[in-house]
Design a protein around this ligand. Structure first.
Ligand SMILES: Cc1cc2nc3c(=O)[nH]c(=O)nc-3n(C[C@H](O)[C@H](O)[C@H](O)COP(=O)(O)OP(=O)(O)OC[C@H]3O[C@@H](n4cnc5c(N)ncnc54)[C@H](O)[C@@H]3O)c2cc1C
Length: 398
C-alpha cells in the first residue's frame, strides 16, 4: 500500500456519514484539533444505528427519533468542529478534490472513503416494485415496517443475519414467513453446518417455512395480486411482500473509476491493516474496505459488522493524527445477531479451513470453537454463552 502518512494539519474530506465516517471524523478532530475535517453524506440525516432497523425498529420498539448514533449526532459533530453536509452526494473523485452532485468541489489533503455497501438485488421486472424490499437504510426499513401487517405473507430470500433477523421480527408481528436459502444448510459456508443446523432448528420452531438448497428463478404477479415467487425446485410461493437479503455490493464505484487497476468494482477498496489504499493520501474504512488477509494464504475480505467498522474508524483516525505507531493492535473481530429470542455472537475470524468443534448444544445455548491446523483457537460462535465470548475477546481462553 502507498506511502507514508502525512501528519501535518490540512483538510481531511470524509465521504460517507454513516457509522465509520462519523466516528472517524469525530476521533480525528479529537486527536488532531488543527485538522479541518469535512464529512459528506448523501442520506438526509446525520448518522444513525443500522442494527435496530431489522429488529426493534420493525417491531415498533424504537422509532426513527431513537436511532441516532450515540455520541455522533449532528450536535456532536457541530460541537467537535466537524463541518458536515447531509443530503450531499459525492459523484467524482480525483487526486486532490471530490466533486459533489451540485457541481461544487471540495479540495482535500487526505481523503477517507466510508461509503459502506448497498444491498444486492434480483431483477424481477414483472413484479410490482412496491412489493419488493431490500434493507439497508432507514427509508428501506420504514417501507418494510409498513408492509409487515399481521396475517400477511413475507418471502425472505437469503438467510444471512439480516434475512434471519427480519424473519424473526416478522414472525413476532404475526406475519407468515418463508425463508429461501441457496445453501443446503444456512451459514454452512461462513460459520459451518453446526451453527447453521442449530439456527435452522430454531427458525422452524418459531414457525418459519424454510426452503434450503433452493433459489429464486423469477416472480410474477398473480390475480388478484399476490407475488408468485418461483423457485429452482419448481415450487411457487405466494407472498404479499418479498425481501431480498442476498448480501451486499461495496459502494466503491467512484474509487475504481478514479483509480482503475486496484481490483474489481463491487468487491471493495483494498486497504492495509490501518485503512491505507494503494492511492497516496486516500484511505477507506468500514463496510466498503477490503481488508488485508488475516493470514498467509487466506483471502482479503470485507467485514460488514458494526464493531469492526467502529474500531477500524478509531484506528485510522489515530493513525492519521499521530502516525502508524498510534494505531495499536487490531481488536478481535466481533459480530452479533439478535433473532428468535437468542443473541448469536461470533468472535474472531472464521476462515475456511478452520475446524469447528461443538462444545455445547442445547435448546437455548450453543458454543462452537474453531481451531486451525496447529490446534490454535482462532474463533468462537456462541448463543447464550456471553461469558465465553467475553473471555475470548479479552484475550483469555474461551
Ligand atoms: C439492517 C441491518 C442490521 C444490522 N445489524 C447488525 C448487527 O446486529 N450486528 C452487527 O455487528 N452489524 C450489523 N449490521 C452491520 C452494520 O450496521 C454495518 O457494518 C455498519 O453500519 C457499517 O458502517 P459503514 O459506516 O461502513 O457503512 P454505512 O453505515 O452504510 O454508511 C455509509 C454511508 O455512506 C453513504 N454514501 C455512499 N456513497 C456515497 C456518496 N457517493 N456520497 C455521499 N455519501 C455516500 C451511504 O448512504 C451511507 O450513509 C447491520 C446492518 C444492517 C443494514
Amino acid at each position: 500500500m502507498c506511502g507514508p502518512l502525512t501528519t501535518a494539519p490540512g483538510t481531511t474530506v470524509v465521504v460517507g456519514a454513516g457509522l465509520a465516517g462519523s466516528r472517524l471524523a469525530l476521533a480525528l478532530r479529537a486527536a488532531a484539533p488543527d485538522e479541518r475535517v469535512v464529512l459528506v453524506g448523501d442520506e438526509p440525516h446525520c448518522a444513525y444505528e443500522r442494527p435496530p432497523l431489522s429488529k426493534e425498529f420493525l417491531l415498533g420498539a424504537r422509532s426513527s427519533g431513537d436511532l441516532a448514533l450515540a455520541g455522533a449526532g449532528c450536535e456532536h459533530l457541530d460541537r467537535a468542529g466537524v463541518e458536515h453536509r447531509v443530503g450531499a452526494r459525492v459523484t467524482r473523485l480525483a487526486d486532490d478534490a471530490v466533486t459533489l452532485a451540485d457541481g461544487s468541489q471540495l479540495p482535500f489533503d487526505r481523503l477517507v472513503l466510508a461509503t459502506g455497501a448497498r444491498p444486492r438485488t434480483l431483477d424481477l421486472p414483472e413484479v410490482d416494485a412496491n412489493r419488493v424490499h431490500v434493507l439497508r437504510s432507514l427509508d428501506d426499513a420504514s417501507r418494510l415496517r409498513t408492509a409487515l401487517v399481521p396475517g400477511s405473507r413475507l418471502v425472505v430470500v437469503g438467510s444471512g443475519f439480516v434475512g434471519a433477523e427480519v424473519a424473526s421480527s416478522a414472525r413476532t408481528l404475526g406475519v407468515d414467513v418463508t425463508l429461501v436459502e441457496a445453501e443446503e444448510v444456512p451459514f454452512a459456508r461462513t460459520l459451518g453446518a453446526e451453527v447453521g443446523t442449530w439456527l435452522a432448528r430454531r427458525w422452524h420452531a418459531h414457525g418459519v417455512d424454510l426452503h434450503t438448497g433452493d433459489g429464486v428463478v423469477g416472480a410474477t404477479m398473480g390475480a388478484p395480486g399476490p407475488v408468485l415467487v418461483e423457485l429452482c425446485s419448481g415450487a411457487t410461493i405466494a407472498a404479499d411482500h418479498v425481501l431480498l437479503a442476498i448480501g451486499t455490493v461495496a459502494n466503491d464505484d467512484l474509487f475504481h473509476h478514479a483509480w482503475p487497476g486496484h481490483g474489481a468494482p463491487g468487491l471493495g477498496i483494498p486497504v492495509d491493516a490501518v485503512g491505507r489504499t494503494p492511492v497516496a493520501r486516500v484511505f477507506a474504512v468500514g463496510d466498503v474496505a477490503l481488508g488485508a488477509a488475516a493470514a498467509p494464504g487466506s483471502a482479503r475480505r470485507r467485514v460488514e459488522h458494526w464493531t469492526d467498522a467502529a474500531a477500524s474508524a478509531q484506528r485510522l483516525a489515530r493513525t492519521l493524527a499521530l502516525g502508524d505507531h498510534a494505531a495499536g493492535p487490531p481488536p478481535v473481530p466481533y459480530a452479533w445477531s439478535d433473532q428468535f429470542g437468542a443473541r448469536v455472537q461470533v468472535a474472531g475470524r472464521v476462515e475456511p479451513g478452520l475446524r469447528p468443534s461443538v462444545e455445547e448444544s442445547t435448546l437455548d445455548s450453543l458454543l462452537v470453537r474453531y481451531h486451525d491446523e496447529h490446534g490454535d483457537l482462532r474463533a468462537i460462535a456462541a448463543v447464550g454463552r456471553a461469558d465465553a465470548v467475553a473471555r475470548y475477546r479479552s484475550g483469555r481462553a474461551a
